[in-house]
Each structure stands twice: as C-alpha cells, then as structure tokens.
Design a protein around this ligand. Sequence first.
Ligand code: MG
Length: 406
Amino acid sequence: MRSGRITEIKTHLVHCPIPEHLRVRSGAGLKLARQAAFVTISTDEGLTGMGPCSFGSASLDLAAVASMLDHAIAPMLIGEDADRISYLWEKVYYGSITRVLGPRGIGVALLSGVDIALWDVKGKTAGMPIYELLGGAFHNPVPAYASSIYWLPPEEAATVAREYVDDGFGAVKIKVGLNYRNDIESLAAIRAEVGPGVDIMVDANQCYSRHLALKVGRELDRYKVLFFEEPLPTDDVEGHRYLAGRLDTRIATGENMYTRWDFLPYIEQRAIHVVQADASRTGGISEAKRIFELAAAHHLYAAPHTFSDVLTVAASLHLSATSSNATLLELDRTYNPLMTDLVKEPLNVHDGVVELPGAPGLGLEIDWDFVEANPYHGEHGIGAGARPVFGLAHETLPDRSVEALR
Ligand code: MG
C-alpha cells in the first residue's frame, strides 16, 4: 500500500499564555507562553500526517516561520511521493537549507516537522505505530525524567523535587546558572530531600564559562549527578572536551544542535557522553535516529530533549523506544496545556514512564477546537536568554540573583 502524492502542506500555530505565578525562569530566559508549531501533510490517498517543529528557547515570530514553510519549502514537496522520506529530506536539505536557510536553526526545525509528518503518514498507511516501522520496541514503556526544577531558592527547589518524586519519577532535573552559591545549595537541598535513590540531572542552558563549569562540575561529582547538560555555549566543543576529560559526571548537550554534522565534532573529539537530539528540531525522526546510532557506535548515550508539546514528545518517544542507548526521555512537568489539550487523548504517563501509543503513525489526534481557541498573534513565548558568565566563580550578574526572581 502506498501513501500517495503530496497535495497540501500547511503550518499551524498555537499560543497559550502562562499565568504569571506559574512562569519559570532559567538561563534560557523567562517563559511567558507555551507555543506550538506543527505541519500537516495531506496526500491524494486521503491521508494526513502531522509533525511538530520546535523552536525552543528563542524569541521569534512564529508567523514568519510558518510562512517560510508554506511558501518556500512546501512547493518543493507538492506532487512528490510521500513514502520517499529519505529522498525528500535531502531534497529540502540540499535544495534550500544548505544554500539559504542555513544548516542550524529555523530551516532544520521546519524540515523536522516535514519529516515527522511524513513518518506519521507512512505509519497510517501501514496501519502501524512509527516505532514498529523503526524496528520495533526495545524499551516499552519508555522511562522518563521530570523536567525541571527552575531557578528557585534551595528550600523551594527541594519542594518541587519532592512533588516530582511523589508523582512517581525516579529522575529529576534542576536548572542552574543563577549563581554559584544558589546553584550548589539547591542541588544539596534536592539531594537531601530525595535521597540517593533518585537520579538528578543538572542543566546550565549554556550559562557557564569553562572554569565556572569545572568548579560546579566538581560539586556535581560529589552529589553523584547523572549528567551535566549544556554546561557551556554550544559553539565551544573544545570546552566540553575539557570538562569531559576532568569530570566523572557525564557531559550532555544537543537541544540546540542541528543535524548529525553538529554532533559529529563533539563525538569525534570526545566532548560528549549523552546526545540530546530533539527530533522536532534536529532534522526529524530520520535525523535524530542517525544521531542516536552515531552515538551508539561510539558507546555513548542518548536522552532526547523534548519540551514544546505532546507531538514533540511523541516523536522522540517512538525513536527512544527503538534505540537501545536511549535510556531516559525528557518530560515537561511545568505548566503546559500543549502536553494534554492539543490532542484528543494525551500520552499515558505514570510512575515515571510513558506508554507507547498503539494507534498508527504518531498515535495522536489533534483537537482542532483547541487549536482554533488558542490562536497565535505575534506574541513572544520567552524572554531573552542569559549570556554566559565571563567572570570569577562567584560572580552574580545583576539580573541573576535570587531576589530578582521575586
Ligand atoms: Mg536543556
């Protein structure tokens, strides 16, 4: 059975403001809203697939991005055979992304949405969930960790950690980068609260300098942290290699990396232990799978980043299920209606795991009434991210004190 020729591609945008008292802040910025962008692809066989594009921690005009897909990328795909996913990936990548849209950023995120929508179509044609098309489940259900404990005073950070553990999670993540003292005191308070049996991950959102990351990293070794995420700006491969050679804690990065070619120097230079490719940003399920396998060939782990919406989680869920080196899936536990209300039936999350959906394709059905009721009108989803600290270890930037959170 064939999926047919592509007849229509359209981008859909959703905007849900976060109530002020539920907004969270990290080195990536202050979150103001939850927003989703997803692509639908229809074929002349009457099938429609959907795929999320995640734009992560950045302020941008989603409407301009949608226009780019609808007017620049879609014309390359109309009339094509929807089953030729690998060919269509390269047609868009080499036809436009490496020439004008750029191999990092928005263009690759849009390609991700296209790729995932094509996998959704293929699954619907085959009558199988995507994880079955990818080789069948290795992990079922897929273990997940609670993301995240944001910048807070230590005692409040410990309270949030307790809530996540009481919800059934065996692994929690804390955001650091506020300032050295609060970062370490929060980590200590969380470890004391949850005990040695719960895994803790630490995420700096690219906020540290090399020496501050090393100083913090030595504390992470003491507290038996599972991995140290984005300790440094993504451009600094050498800095990650420097940390990886000096710390016991694993170095993780990848949520702001695009395609296998961003990951390759990290892997070749032994600067990474955990690849965090996000299927909805790094080039789709096809590209994230290549990255996971590249990591596996070097005996490295994969722990996909997911944060935007339930479609993004589902894409990484199918991929993680089939990847032996993918041991933990990120799961957003902050205020996010896009995790539940964007689809008619949300994913089944319980006891720190996510069940694989049984329906064909991604296994989710969009709630179009919700999409219509939450339109996007140019609002920014997040404030500007913090710059790395280029100073002494105890430096606290004026806008990064605990008091500034109040
Ligand atoms: Mg992160």
